[in-house]
Design a binder for this molecule. Structure first.
Ligand code: 6GU
Length: 249
């Protein structure tokens, strides 16, 4: 997979050189490049923003540098033989986007080429997104209902969520299967040694060696936790994914 990030603060993306993602880049499992939007500005001051038409607070990112930066990436797709007509996906982080979920991370991890366009200030001139639709599948994406200063931190989160799903990035692929959101529920609580710590004991079932009982205990914990913390997730559960014991809880 090829990933390109365009930002006026390329240094913000430095953590992508660390840990599992950094290792995956070194191992050639993914190609990630960060580009400075200012390199595509045309004036001496490398201006990328201007005042909003219609008035209002803040500044808006000018269209020309964005178009040049995005055009420079076209024709440099991720796959050796990109499917004819397969457009790269342009992800535009913004609080006004669709909420990024594990499902979307999975979907995006199957793509050959992702481009992340980090907006700052009040955002990017809307015409850039309209124009880009001819060359990209454009996906405005939000991490949730709060406001960040720019897209960079959101890109760190999205790239990590997507890249760890690529084959070979996470050492033990089984660890991908049993985690929060994989089955629509939150993860069960985990414990390690010592079995008694400051007067708190590990739940007895987990020490029993009875695998059926342990599986049932964990599933109950998932359901209880999800009901307490994220009741919204329960509504989205497929009934076919539930069993009789789940319903007796
Ligand atoms: Cl993706 N961008 C910005 N600027 N703020 C956000 C966000 C994204 N997601 C939540 N807040």
């Amino acid at each position: 997979m090829r990933l390109d990030v365009i930002s006026i603060f390329p240094e913000y993306l430095a953590p992508l050189e660390l840990s599992l993602i950094g290792k995956a880049r070194q191992d050639g499992l993914l190609r990630l490049e960060v580009h400075n939007l200012r390199d595509f500005a045309s004036d001496r001051h490398r201006t990328v923003d201007d005042t909003p038409y219609g008035g209002g607070a803040g500044m808006v990112m000018k269209p020309e540098p964005w178009a040049l930066a995005l055009e420079a990436l076209l024709g440099r797709g991720g796959a050796a033989d990109p499917e004819p007509g397969a457009k790269p996906v342009l992800i535009v982080p913004a609080p006004a986007g669709e909420v990024f979920t594990q499902r979307i991370a999975e979907e995006l991890s199957a793509q050959d080429h992702l481009v992340f366009a980090c907006g700052r200030y009040e955002g990017i001139d809307e015409r850039v997104l309209d124009w880009a639709q001819e060359h990209f599948t454009v996906r405005p994406m939000s991490l949730g209902d709060y406001v960040l200063n720019g897209g960079e931190v959101a890109v760190l989160a999205m790239v990590e969520a997507i890249a760890r799903l690529l084959p070979g990035v996470v050492g033990n692929p089984e660890s991908l299967v049993e985690e929060s959101h994989q089955d629509g529920l939150l993860e069960y609580p985990v414990y390690t040694k010592p079995s008694s710590w400051r007067g708190a004991d590990v739940p007895e079932t987990l020490l029993s060696g009875n695998h059926a009982k342990i599986a049932r205990f964990r599933r109950d914990q998932q359901l209880l936790r999800t009901a307490a913390r994220r009741p919204d997730l329960l509504r989205g559960l497929e009934v076919s994914g539930l069993n009789r014991a789940d319903l007796e809880l």
